[in-house]
Design a protein around this ligand. Structure first.
Ligand SMILES: Nc1ncnc2c1ncn2[C@@H]1O[C@H](COP(=O)(O)OP(=O)(O)OP(=O)(O)O)[C@@H](O)[C@H]1O
Ligand SMILES: [Mg+2]
Length: 216
């Protein structure tokens, strides 16, 4: 029997941004396609696998598992500045440890996208940091309904548009091999970048700029 190499990936992102939800759906989609998946959470709330286990809780493994777990790192971000800020900090960490066997960056999972301006902000951030978006995941009530049932969207609503997005994301991650060192923005550059978007959004809101992202 041929021995297949285990692929190890890690998912980061600001608190509450959608890491557990997105990751559980990726795991469910990969398991659905016949793969064996082990999802480990480093989450003090120990809820990252909740929807995979019908809503129950298990003890955290935060204290027993530490570093060196993954080769490919992905970050979940929305277009909110604090979320972009957390991703930029992750990029700094990846850059710092890139020479000593740390995980490299696979890409950015853009979560809670429900306006073209959300997408434009994340697109601009990845361009500035020499990274890429691996999937745009819409904010969807289907996710809320799945969570209320204690399930992933893949299980609760397998035929939904949202499940299709998670399956596509799972497939992209499964086939992904080339992770890179990102180019994080300095504190000053990130601040300047944010101010530019503050001005742009203000201009869109006041009608000064007409764009497809005008529906803030
Ligand atoms: N695309 C989405 N559409 C609708 N709701 C979403 C989406 N992504 C996440 N959510 C909801 O946002 C809330 C927070 O998500 P989640 O628990 O996955 O975040 P997290 O990053 O794991 O948080 P923490 O840092 O606290 O572990 C959940 O109630 C989840 O259902
Ligand atoms: Mg979580």
């Amino acid at each position: 029997m041929s021995q297949k190499k285990v692929k190890t990936i890690t998912i980061y992102g600001k608190g509450g941004i959608g890491k557990s939800t997105t990751t559980s759906n990726i795991s469910a989609a990969l398991a659905d396609s016949g793969l064996k998946v082990l999802q480990l959470g480093c989450d003090p709330k120990s809820d990252s696998t909740t929807t995979l286990r019908g809503g129950g809780y298990i003890p955290t493994i935060l204290d027993t598992l530490r570093e060196g777990l993954a080769e490919h790192a992905f970050t979940v971000t929305s277009s909110d500045f604090m979320s972009v800020y957390a991703s930029n900090n992750l990029f700094k960490g990846i850059q710092k440890y890139s020479n000593t066997g740390g995980a490299l960056l696979g890409g950015v999972i853009a979560n809670s996208m429900n306006s073209t301006y959300h997408q434009a902000i994340v697109d601009d951030f990845v361009e500035h940091t020499k990274t890429k978006v691996v999937e745009y995941v819409p904010r969807s009530v289907t996710v809320t309904q799945s969570e209320l049932q204690g399930k992933t969207t893949i299980e609760a609503f397998p035929d939904s548009a949202q499940a299709t997005v998670y399956r596509q994301l799972a497939s992209t991650i499964f086939n992904h091999n080339e992770s890179k060192v990102p180019a994080p923005l300095s504190e000053n550059d990130l601040r300047a970048w944010a101010m530019k978007w503050a001005d742009t959004l203000l201009a869109i809101e006041s009608g000064e700029v007409r764009s497809s992202g005008a529906s803030i």
